[in-house]
Design a protein around this ligand. Structure first.
Ligand SMILES: [Zn+2]
Length: 437
């Protein structure tokens, strides 16, 4: 193994350590600011409330634990593939698969299956803690262990089987087009993501929860009136029984073509007033109007081309410098999968702040659309506060955590915007007036 490879691993470890310390410092500074800034103790009484309550000690503690978990999970996402490569486990697994079949497609399928099983076993304690224990100990969920375990197994089975079936695609491309497989793969991803987005609402989502028409008929009527005001036709609105999984609230927009839909968690309908729910829905309608699902599919494909290009360059560099110690010398060897995953994790990590900056922008525009459609600032601010406070979200995180984890503007920014954006009161034009009846 060449010196350069050893040095780059040492550099990566040092960078990771500096990054972790910086995250913790910025979080500390931010927590102190929150405690100093949010000092008032009285709150507006009644169902509508437009000011954020001072963050509780419990919320700060929960946030700190999430930050630690995030740092730990980044380390694991780098460590697992590194161990696979350096321990020889990757080439051992490849040899085992080759001994079982001479068919390249079956070898690749088997390798992925084994990799995914080992990876899941290693990640299991972390997954269990973050998605079950932690949420229960902070009162955010009363999901039964059985439901959690069944959902966990289902998603493991789906992703592993789908992954094992499709992993041969990049390897065939690498073999056939060693110099520009990254371009072909990125292009191919656009229709694939579109297809998955299309079928998910119908075939994937119902595997985990029950989707149905909005039960409250008065609310349903008002939603369709709102859709009409936003000039949206053929959009279905569903509710999903997320109360079996969580006490948190949410709504989202998904699907393309005739699977396009807005989905409200039943927890949202149950805990918000009608005005607040209509506000949340108007935000989702904003995503619909502005074609955010389509845009994210296309931009996702373009970004993939760029990231796969870097993955290709990085992987070839590592193979070149490894002197064959990983038990493979070509990228088209399935034993290189941990290396591709390692590179993908590194470059995705680097790209994350840019991706989040874009989505934060789209979320802010959806918030703007919401306010322009409903002109009910109070209800928007109040809904935002209920949604965030129930999930123990702090008004704002530290800057580094925000850049890497916030695909929405911070709670603080969103409430401030909801409370102050009223161009119609000053007779100024609104941005999305052309969509609103
Ligand atoms: Zn949104």
């Amino acid at each position: 193994m060449q010196r350069k490879l050893v040095l780059s691993i040492i550099a990566m470890t040092i960078l990771m350590a500096i990054f972790s310390v910086s995250v913790k410092i910025t979080e500390d500074v931010n927590n102190k600011r929150l405690v100093q800034e949010y000092t008032y103790s009285t709150r507006t009484v009644g169902n509508i409330n437009t000011s954020i309550a001072p963050p509780t000690q419990k919320a700060i503690e929960y946030h700190n634990k999430r930050v630690n978990l995030w740092i730990f999970s980044i380390a694991m996402s780098l460590l697992i593939p590194i161990v696979f490569l350096f321990s020889g486990l990757s080439s051992f697994t490849r040899n085992y698969c080759v001994s079982k079949s001479k068919n390249l497609l079956i070898v690749v399928f088997l390798y992925f299956l084994i990799y995914s099983i080992i990876n899941t076993i290693i990640d299991f304690p972390l997954d269990y803690y973050s998605s079950f224990t932690l949420k229960h100990s902070y009162g955010l969920s009363d999901q039964s262990f059985i439901k959690w375990a069944v959902d966990y197994f289902k998603s493991f089975a789906i992703y592993t089987l789908v992954g094992a079936c499709f992993i041969s695609v990049p390897y065939l491309l690498i073999k056939k087009f060693p110099n520009y497989w990254w371009f072909n793969l990125g292009l191919l991803l656009i229709p694939i993501i579109a297809f998955v987005t299309f079928i998910s609402p119908m075939y994937i989502d119902p595997i985990f929860n029950k989707y149905e028409k909005i039960q409250d008929t008065t609310l349903e009527r008002k939603i369709y009136e709102e859709l009409d005001r936003a000039s949206i036709k053929n959009c279905k609105v569903y509710q999903v029984n997320k109360s079996v999984d969580t006490k948190e609230m949410n709504a989202y927009m998904t699907g393309i073509f005739n699977t396009k839909r807005i989905v409200l968690w039943d927890t949202t309908i149950k805990n918000l007033t009608e005005r607040e729910t209509l506000g949340i829905l108007a935000h989702e309608m904003g995503h619909y109007i502005m074609g955010h699902v389509w845009k994210s599919i296309v931009l996702g494909g373009i970004l993939s081309i760029f990231i796969f290009y870097l993955v290709n360059k990085g992987s070839i560099w590592v193979i070149d410098k490894s002197g064959g110690i990983f038990g493979f010398t070509e990228l088209c060897d399935i034993a290189s999968l941990p290396l591709l995953i390692l590179m993908l994790n590194i470059f995705m990590f680097i790209a994350q702040p840019a991706i989040n900056t874009y989505t934060r922008y789209t979320e802010k525009e959806a918030d703007r659309f919401e306010l322009e459609l409903t002109k009910d600032n109070e209800a928007s601010a109040s809904a935002m506060i209920k949604l965030h406070e129930t999930s123990l979200v702090l008004p704002s995180p530290g800057i580094i955590y925000k850049l890497w984890n916030y695909d929405h503007p911070t709670f603080e920014e969103r409430v401030k915007f909801a409370n102050t954006y009223k161009p119609w009161e000053q007779g100024k034009p609104i941005k999305y007036g052309k969509y609103i009846k």
